[in-house]
Write a protein that binds this ligand. Structure first.
Ligand code: 5RP
Length: 232
């Protein structure tokens, strides 16, 4: 797919997701380039239709974009239950297990995903895979990074501390933590791996999302239109 085609596929997925938002909803706003299109369309709906929504952003980046599009913002403190969340993903398998976290927002993204009654994942077609095999980002307490790295190696990973771009040294997340990108190769049992990582002290969250398939709908944008994948 051409670069222009990829942009169109993201736009189509994002716009379809925005059409699923109803008046009065509290909406989780994910991070990344595909969700931006959903936010753009939500901003248009607010301006043109008078749509009333409250957004709960998953990152500084999401908050900055949402403000630009005129989406009123709140927090999980005010809205511990959300009507819907819209987010991107790095890989999606046929069982709707996800890898997320390229943008290092996975910890707040999982909190928002957990809080939402319905989760819309917006992706381009290249994100759909038979077996998850991308590196799994793990958000790590800086105090524990060496020990967590050792434990992740024992699980079969080759952890790499994520480095900043236009910033020397490690990426520091919106929560003040580090990211270890962990290549495991093909992940046969993502749910077991997510549980094993969650059991490591100092590993605050990982980018495997395996517990939400019942409430997830994936919108796969194509150059023209989209297809919708869900297990319900
Ligand atoms: C950020 C994420 C993003 O949602 C994911 O990386 C997809 O981003 P994009 O839509 O730009 O491909 O998990 O932490």
């Amino acid at each position: 797919m051409t670069a222009a085609g990829q942009v169109e596929s993201k736009r189509n997925a994002g716009y379809r997701a925005a059409a699923m938002v109803e008046d009065g909803m509290a909406v989780g706003l994910g991070t990344g380039s595909t969700v931006f299109f959903a936010m753009e369309r939500l901003g248009e709906r607010i301006a043109r239709e008078g749509l009333r929504i409250t957004g709960v952003p998953t990152s500084y980046q999401a908050a900055i974009r949402a403000r630009r599009y005129g989406i009123p913002l709140s927090s999980l403190d005010e809205h511990p239950e959300l009507d819907i969340a819209i987010d991107g993903a790095d890989q999606v398998d046929p069982g709707l297990n996800l890898i997320k976290g390229r943008g290092a927002a996975l910890l707040r993204e999982k909190c928002v995903c957990d809080a939402a009654r319905e989760v819309i994942i917006v992706v381009g077609p290249t994100k759909m895979v038979d077996t998850l095999n991308a590196p799994v980002p793990v958000e790590v307490l800086p105090f524990g990074v060496a020990g967590v790295s050792r434990r992740l190696s024992l699980l079969g990973a080759a952890p790499v501390l994520r480095e900043g771009v236009k910033k020397d040294g490690p990426v520091v997340t919106d929560n003040g933590n580090f990211i270890l990108d962990c290549g495991f190769g093909a992940i046969g049992e993502p749910r077991d791996l997510e549980a094993a990582i969650a059991a490591i002290p100092g590993a605050l969250e990982c980018g495997l999302f395996t517990a939400y398939k019942e409430k997830i709908t994936v919108i796969v944008g194509e150059e023209t239109g989209c297809r919708v994948v869900s297990l319900h």
